[in-house]
Design a protein around this ligand. Structure first.
Ligand code: 3HC
Length: 388
């Protein structure tokens, strides 16, 4: 076996197994798991399609061999692989048996959208809604931060114009749909608020209490959190039925996925409206429950963590990055992506997953912890796994 193939076996097979287990547990459908990884991470194919292509029995056997070497529960072939192999069935058969639901409809009228936050995710989300024709009110803590959002969007639009994918007129029209505000009261007449502020429960709880006071009755209150309990945010308001997760991916204007997270209290109408709105802004929505990691982070971060552990064993970073792009066709190698996401964010997510699932294999890699302690967070600090 060549080294590239070894790297594929070490990093990609456990990811495939994890995807099978996620489906097997009933957490998400075959189509949503595959769409999540294609549209959230830019993978050419979803993991369950890849399992079908390699062959269910072959994946079981490859994992079985790996499990015999490592004894790691994460490598033990999922029971469903055995079952499907025995029945001669595939994940495509499972998806076909589940059938497709009807296209979602807007049950609430959505004209004006509010966004809270001025960071990278918030800026991207403002752009996504304005690009789809919505008037957007965005709220930040200072005029400087509001200007930063306009700067981010202007830069993206200028880059698109330079590539012949838009005109100055389109840009002016889009920027004309934006209203920045330093006071949350400006959100009083929006139909949906999407918050993308700091990933800290107390900070978000305070915001949701305030949104409950400010937003008009019936307005949808959405959060982009990737790791905090949305149920708790709903409970901080007097309207938990209107609270939902809309988890966008980085960079938001490019990545087509939105994970739509309902809590036990979210109303069916709010869920359907957000699924319809997601489609209206040109994104692909997948549905998942309020649990740490949702679909993408659950499948992505243990694989990134495994890559770090592989490098700790002496593998070169550039070799791993290149091998993954070549063998799996992923758009970025694991270390390139870690540097884009930020090691601090990755460590926080990995810790959440380790806490929620208690899998020994999910324990954050020592080097990830060390990088964060050294302030080597990735592109944003000029150095992470690679240097910029
Ligand atoms: N903002 C806006 N647009 C951007 C952008 C940005 N930051 N970066 C790139 N683009 C646009 C480019 O303008 C270009 O647009 P065009 O096709 O209309 O001309 C398009 O994206 C492709 O860009 P490039 O050709 O420069 O670069 P690539 O082909 O290398 O693609 C990429 C860049 C889309 C980022 C690709 O590398 C990719 O898909 N990477 C995977 C990213 C990923 O996995 N994200 C998920 C991270 S996990 C997460 O977000 C969850 C959270 O909870 C942590």
């Amino acid at each position: 076996m060549t080294s590239s193939e070894q790297i594929f076996t070490t990093l990609v097979l456990p990811y495939l197994n994890h995807a099978v287990r996620t489906y097997e547990s009933g957490y998400a459908s075959v189509s949503d798991i595959d769409a999540a990884m294609r549209f959230g991470c830019g993978y050419p194919k979803g993991p369950l399609t890849v399992v079908d292509e390699i062959g269910v029995a072959q994946v079981r056997d490859l994992l079985g061999a790996r499990y015999a070497e490592t004894g790691d529960h994460l490598h033990e072939p999922a029971g469903l692989l055995e079952k499907l192999a025995a029945e001669g069935r595939t994940f495509a058969d499972e998806a076909a048996a589940a059938g497709e639901g009807a296209a979602p409809q807007l049950k609430h009228e959505i004209n004006r959208v509010g966004v809270v936050g001025t960071g990278t995710m918030a800026s991207g989300i403002v752009q996504v809604f304005a690009q789809a024709g919505y008037d957007v009110v965005f709220v930040g803590r200072s005029q400087d931060k509001l200007d930063g959002v306009i700067g981010y969007i202007t830069k993206n639009l200028d880059r698109a114009i330079a590539k012949g994918k838009g005109t100055e007129g389109d840009k002016d029209a889009l920027l004309g749909r934006l209203t920045g505000a330093t006071e949350r009261e400006a959100l009083g007449d929006v139909d949906i608020v999407v918050e993308a502020i700091a990933e800290d429960l107390d900070i978000k709880l305070e915001l949701f209490r305030d949104l409950d006071r400010i937003a008009k009755p019936g307005a949808i209150l959405a959060t982009t959190t990737s790791s905090l309990p949305i149920t708790k945010l709903g409970e901080a308001t007097g309207r938990p039925q209107d609270v939902i997760g809309m988890h966008f991916f980085n960079p938001a204007p490019v990545m087509k996925l939105v994970e739509i997270i309902t809590t036990p209290a979210t109303s069916a109408d709010v869920d359907e409206t957000v699924r319809a709105l997601t489609a209206n802004v040109g994104k692909v929505g997948v549905s998942a429950g309020d649990r740490s990691g949702f679909i993408v982070n659950l499948l992505l971060f243990p694989y990134l963590n495994d890559a770090i552990k592989l490098a700790e064993g002496g593998e070169e970073l550039a070799t791993v990055d290149a091998a993954i792009k070549e063998t799996a066709g992923f758009p970025m190698g694991p270390f390139e992506l870690l540097d884009v996401v930020g090691n601090d964010v990755s460590l926080a997510i990995q810790r959440e997953l380790y806490g929620e699932f208690g899998e020994p294999g999910f324990e954050p890699a020592a080097t990830l912890v060390a990088k964060v302690e050294a302030g080597e967070l990735g592109r944003k600090t000029g150095k992470g796994f690679h240097t910029y």
